[in-house]
Design a protein around this ligand. Structure first.
Ligand SMILES: Nc1ncnc2c1ncn2[C@@H]1O[C@H](COP(=O)(O)OP(=O)(O)O)[C@@H](O)[C@H]1O
Ligand SMILES: [Mg+2]
Length: 282
């Protein structure tokens, strides 16, 4: 790894679904062990970003680049991106009838990593760690589970698979208060124990109480419109997006310590390739 800069780096990413361009130039960099929150109104492109990063069919990248520890992710198939070290927790986890969580994990880690017995042990330990009933391990994956149970399944896989970077698309949605606490604690621990880099898409600052973000990015209309510290998440929750982004969909009135990304000060269309993390913020 010497010589290779370790980061999940997204630069000038543009992408479309069908005929519509959804991402208009997203710049974001996550270093190992860092937590970056992405917040933004419904329909702003947050889930699109997660699908594009993982290579979901139907999402076409039209420009920009994504590298994971120097590896060009966009040229890889989805399974290769996973092997390269990317984990995606879906906003709406897929139900897989007839296939247990244990089978999925066994396939995902591959036969090279330990025996089936040890995978079972790891899964049991992970389930205990997030207070998840072990009977879910043998049920068909996500089938007939509540939203919160599905999110705990995703967290369990995150803990077991130990990828280098995780994109979590609303991992907190559907979780009750206790589950939210244990899930966010588990993710926080992974950032410390395994130096997991996290891109956490969320609407709620409560997730971020435990999972302390190094940066909060506001995505609106397919661009990062504002970047700040955890106080930005609190302000968004208190005032809503309109307050932070302004009636025109962006701009104006950010408090001290919160800046617009470079090139986005006026109209936000000036330089979609600007690097928001190049600004010193707090
Ligand atoms: N598969 C798709 N087909 C058509 N439009 C889509 C598709 N996926 C997303 N979009 C559109 O892209 C925009 C962004 O959606 P999405 O990324 O899901 O937003 P968010 O996760 O921020 O709520 C929305 O206008 C949505 O309707
Ligand atoms: Mg979404």
């Amino acid at each position: 790894m010497t010589g290779v800069e370790r980061a999940l780096r997204i630069e000038g990413l543009t992408a479309r679904v069908g005929d519509t361009e959804i991402l208009h130039g997203v710049d974001l960099e996550v270093l190992p062990g860092e937590v970056h929150a992405v917040m933004g109104p419904n329909g702003s492109g947050k889930s699109t970003l997660s699908h594009v990063l993982m290579g979901r069919p139907g999402y076409e990248v039209t420009g920009g680049s994504v590298t994971l520890d120097g590896i060009d992710l966009l040229s890889l198939a989805t399974w290769q991106r996973a092997r390269a070290g990317l984990f995606l927790a879906l906003q709406h986890p897929t139900e897989v009838p007839g296939v247990s969580l244990e089978s999925v994990v066994t396939e995902a880690v591959g036969t090279a990593v330990g025996s089936t017995d040890s995978i079972r042990e790891v899964l049991l330990a992970e389930a205990a760690r997030i207070g998840f009933d072990q009977r879910f391990l043998d049920r068909p994956l996500n089938v007939d589970l509540s939203g919160g149970e599905k999110k705990r399944n995703e967290t369990l896989m995150l803990g077991v698979l130990k990828r280098r970077y995780a994109v979590l698309d609303e991992i907190d949605s559907g979780l009750d208060v206790d589950a939210l606490a244990s899930v966010s604690r588990r993710i926080q621990e992974a950032t410390e124990e395994d130096e997991l880099g996290v891109l956490a898409i969320t609407h709620f600052s409560r997730l971020l109480d435990v999972l302390e973000p190094d940066r909060v990015h506001v995505l609106a209309e397919g661009r990062i419109q504002a970047v700040g510290g955890s106080e930005l998440a609190e302000r968004l929750e208190a005032e809503g997006y309109a307050g932070v982004l302004g009636e025109a969909g962006v701009s104006v009135n950010l408090p001290a310590g919160i800046t617009h990304p470079k090139g986005h000060e006026a109209g936000f269309g000036d330089d979609p390739f600007a690097d928001p993390v190049a600004d010193s913020l707090v």
